[in-house]
Ligand binder design. Structure first.
Ligand code: FES
Ligand SMILES: [Fe+2]
Length: 375
């Protein structure tokens, strides 16, 4: 079970911080070795970790129908994830059992079966090999031994599909996951983008509000409050609350009638490489796929918000909000991460320093170190 604060408790804590000119502070300052953003050896350990724990692959809403599938690389391996005829989501290594061609390129769609583009070996949605053209030329081949190879396990929980590729290093890490998406939330955009930066540098940008005034001076700062955040942790994960200035309006409203929607941005970090952001009129699920120590691919899903929370939004409004976030604030964060990656080469810093106001990042690095030590 999660121990996240209620919306009203979050609002109370934000008002205390505004009144006292304070923010949530962690207990320690953290120094992360620069080497951990550059080393191939460390990168390979992080990839192993990503394969040996449940990591988000997509929102459930991206695999709504029976037969809907998404093929993409996850932790460096091409996977094929599909909702079966029985409604269960399964994940397979995306490799034909004849001579290994990927059954689907990086794409999504809906199908009744997977037909290999090379020689048309055909597999069911459950991965079973159904048909070999010219079967007589393969005497002794047992179809039952040549189904698609499943990953270790798939769990669909609270609106997100989690994939564990290999033997997990520990159990129970999904127990503390709160409700993430409700069934009425629809995917309205899916995209990818690449950055020349370590995946952790990109992730760190969304885990603190200490940079709102400086980095986002003309984008988020006119609407947002600088360096006032509520920071909560649950399991290895965290939630950082970023208040908008307009939250002041809630002071006039009796506590039990207050609605937080549109007054804050909630960012949930699902350890280690996923963020779910709830904004005024839409939500974003981001998965940061490490490509190399200094390259990352973003997998981004944009979804509508829950119905009935705050004023109803037109599709045009939602799109406008999404474009603003994308073209303004997010680009500034991406630039910051790439700029840091560039500077690491100078050797000026042996460590990157995270202060007490950046405690969600400290929490992340502590757990990342602990998990890597368990490999
Ligand atoms: S490689 Fe798939 S059918 Fe030959
Ligand atoms: Fe930012």
């Amino acid at each position: 079970m999660t121990t996240l604060l209620s919306d009203n408790d979050v609002i109370d804590r934000i008002f205390q911080h505004i009144d006292n000119k304070t923010t949530d502070l962690g207990e320690t300052v953290w120094k992360e070795p620069v080497e951990n953003y550059m080393s191939q050896e460390r990168f390979e350990k992080e990839i192993e970790l990503l394969r040996r724990m449940p990591v988000p692959y997509c929102p459930s809403a991206a695999l709504l129908d029976k037969g809907s599938y998404i093929a993409r690389k996850s932790a460096g391996r091409p996977l094929l994830v599909v909702r079966g005829e029985d409604g269960v989501v399964r994940a397979f290594k995306n490799a034909c059992r004849h001579r290994g061609m990927k059954l689907k390129g990086d794409e999504s769609g809906c199908t009744k079966a997977f037909v290999c583009p090379y020689h048309a070996w055909t597999y069911g949605l459950d991965g079973a090999l159904k048909h070999i053209p010219g079967n007589e030329a393969f005497p002794g081949i047992n179809k039952e031994d040549h189904g698609l190879v499943p990953v270790h396990s798939v769990v669909e929980k609270n609106g997100v599909v989690f994939v564990t590729q290999d033997e997990p290093i520990s159990e129970g890490c999904l127990e503390s996951i709160p409700d993430l998406f409700s069934p009425e939330q629809k995917v309205f955009e899916q995209s990818t983008m690449s950055d020349s930066a370590n995946w952790k540098l990109l992730g760190e940008t969304s885990m603190e509000g200490y940079h709102i005034k400086s980095l986002h001076n003309k984008s988020f700062y006119p609407y947002g409050v600088d360096n006032i955040n509520v920071i909560e942790t649950f399991g290895r994960n965290s939630r950082v609350t970023f208040p908008f200035r307009r939250i002041e309006k809630l002071r006039e409203i009796p506590r039990e009638e207050r609605r937080i929607d549109g007054m804050v941005t909630y960012v949930i970090q699902l350890f280690p490489n996923c963020h779910i952001t709830t904004l005024s009129s839409h939500s974003i699920l981001i998965i940061l796929e490490p490509v190399s120590p200094n390259e990352t691919e973003w997998v981004v899903y944009r979804l509508t918000n829950k119905l009935g929370n705050g004023p109803a939004r037109s599709e045009a409004d939602t799109k406008k909000d999404a474009d603003f976030v994308k073209n303004a604030g997010l680009d500034e964060d991406r630039y910051a991460a790439q700029s840091i990656q560039d500077s690491l080469e100078t050797g000026a810093n042996e460590f990157l320093t995270f202060g007490q106001c950046e405690s969600a990042i400290v929490h992340f690095h502590k757990h990342l170190d602990d998990q890597i030590a368990c490999l």
